[in-house]
Design a protein around this ligand. Sequence first.
Ligand SMILES: [Zn+2]
Length: 195
Amino acid sequence: MSQEWNIRCRGHFCTVCEKPLVDRAPVVSALRDTGEGYERFDCHPECWKTAPRDWEPFSQWDGVYFAPVKEVKKEPLKKEDAGELLRKLITLDDPAMKNVVYVLAVMLERSKILVERDAKQLDDGLIRRVYEDRKNGDTFVILDPRLRLENLGEVQQQVVALLSGTKTLGEVASESDEEPASGASEDETAEPQTT
Ligand SMILES: [Zn+2]
């Protein structure tokens, strides 16, 4: 193949019917010499065979189409979505969501999206943790609700449900309202696990 060919990237849609090419399925590729350069065609074999054509390809070959490989992420969280959700929750400033906000922030920290910069105990005895977005430097001040271990799993499920869209913010907030407030507990304060 010459250099000119290499810069004609394979299409991901059939040039004839404009539907997506099928991963690992045969594809017919062709180059048409337009006089000013090569025009590339990638087609379903059927489309190539049946489409009317009043020109002869400069070159034509049969291949197999491979869909682009998506990068597999290790993190259990979708980075952008989780960050957006945290911003939304902080903007809402709903006390019923304080556990969810905290667990989400810790999960983002574990995923190396946020970094904890500071922790301050205020006069009310509660701790505010300062998180910074590693990428854009945004700062979040998050109340540490001193979650009890037995409440942790439930809150993590709420976070996952919000991220996956199976529950709305309103649904989670009303669930959280029914819960007794999580009190501080010296011996079994828990931190969320992301693994
Ligand atoms: Zn087609």
